[in-house]
Unconditional design. Structure first.
Length: 270
């Protein structure tokens, strides 16, 4: 299928951004996956905020890897990671069991050619549920989810982020990579805001990761947004894509764009 012109333009922009930020240029495999004809137009439109090619390149993701995506939701990154790993690597979608992977399962049902190889696992895992085998993953990725664990989403408000990091540590091979993107709360803000705003501090994620045994490798500003002050009426959901205020100041929030995000890379020691 012929690619739309805006896909080509996005690819060119990705290369320019990578050079400007001193990031590794995305591989041909990553570029091809980001430009896959099977991606939905609505998801393509959000590349300007999520910079998938640069983000995956920063995390060192390769098509031959065993990649675990924690809580893929509707499958935004699945549309890239499934084509990237097809025929070469392994891709797990890991979500609350049994219904958390419905978004990705629906994609698999609709397009087995693209998504038929996707494996499913529980996260957080509990006895009797399918799991990513310990010590088998090259890369574990989670996009905008650590704040949910900190807020106790699906656990009645009880913080279970420590458990989540321990399980991600267990599934990785020695030397494996943990890549995290999340909504960034300023370090000067009250810690209490992590419990309700959807934002979380870099220092909190580093503390959680290092407590689980991870080594911090580095950070990228590729997903930063200086327009986001992280102090909105309905937390991060005030901004796109949620726009929880509906028509109230809608143009203002659309102009700001999606949230300011940290992009952090960790490693399981060898």
């Amino acid at each position: 299928m012929r690619q739309p012109l805006f896909v080509t333009a996005l690819a060119a922009t990705a290369i320019a951004l990578a050079a400007a930020a001193n990031l590794p240029e995305p591989s041909a495999d990553i570029k091809a996956a980001v430009a896959a004809s099977t991606r939905t137009p609505a998801n393509l439109a959000r590349d300007q905020y999520r910079h998938p090619a640069e983000t995956l390149s920063f995390f060192g993701v390769k098509p031959t890897d065993t990649v675990v995506e924690i809580w893929p939701g509707g499958g935004w990154y699945t549309e890239i990671l499934a084509p990237l790993t097809k025929g070469k690597g392994t891709y797990y979608a890991a979500s609350p069991w049994p219904d958390g992977n419905k978004g990705v399962q629906n994609k698999q049902t609709a397009d087995a050619a693209t998504y038929g190889h996707v494996k499913f696992a529980a996260f957080p895992w509990a006895e009797g549920q399918p799991k990513v085998p310990d010590g088998t993953a090259d890369v574990v990725l989670t996009f905008r989810n650590v704040h949910n664990w900190r807020m106790g989403y699906q656990r009645g408000g009880t913080d279970y982020s420590g458990e989540a990091f321990a399980q991600m540590f267990a599934m990785l091979k020695p030397g494996g990579t943990l890549g995290i993107v999340d909504h960034r709360l300023p370090e000067s803000a009250s810690d209490d805001r992590e419990k309700s705003s959807g934002y979380i501090k870099v220092s909190t994620i580093r503390r959680l990761a290092e407590a689980a045994g991870f080594e911090f490798v580095g950070a990228s500003e590729i997903n930063a947004n200086a327009k986001d002050t992280a102090d909105w009426p309905k937390g991060v959901w005030t901004l796109p894509p949620s726009l929880s205020q509906k028509d109230v100041d809608r143009e203002k929030y659309v102009a700001i764009g999606e949230s300011d995000r940290m992009t952090l890379r960790f490693r399981k020691p060898r």
